[in-house]
Design a protein around this ligand. Sequence first.
Ligand SMILES: [Zn+2]
Length: 161
Amino acid sequence: MNDTDARHLRRAFALAQQARDRGDRPFAAIVIAGDGTVLTEGMSTQGSSGDGTLAHSEMNACQAVVKAGIPREVLAGATIYSSGEPCAMCSAAIFYTGIGRSVYGLSNDAVLALRNATPATAGLSLSCRAVMASAANPPVVEGPCLEEEAAVPHRGYWPAP
Ligand SMILES: [Zn+2]
């Protein structure tokens, strides 16, 4: 992770806070092209869209770059910055979208701890790296990064167990 990565991650953390402030879950993901162009900024819309299942921030970001017609070669050189480790569904979406690199803030374990998750509410435990490692041409994965800053939008958000 370099200074540019840190700047983009901090933008994702700020957007995660915005998502929370508007009634969504505190997650965001942005896609940045290799030349620094912002291709999309995605937030969780699990609350506002009424889609509590698929509207994760990475899913929204991946769908946005596909709908925008961003060429595959641009996506191959792009990075998706996620405020939290992409879940198995989102990791697969990142792979199928053809985004070449994934950088995230909070680890899945850290997210589960912040969520006060129990075994019954923990969801999928397969890591982003495990999903990507199964790919024929795996995206580069970096994380966790800046976890203390990444945790801020989550503080006081999740109900106690
Ligand atoms: Zn997800």
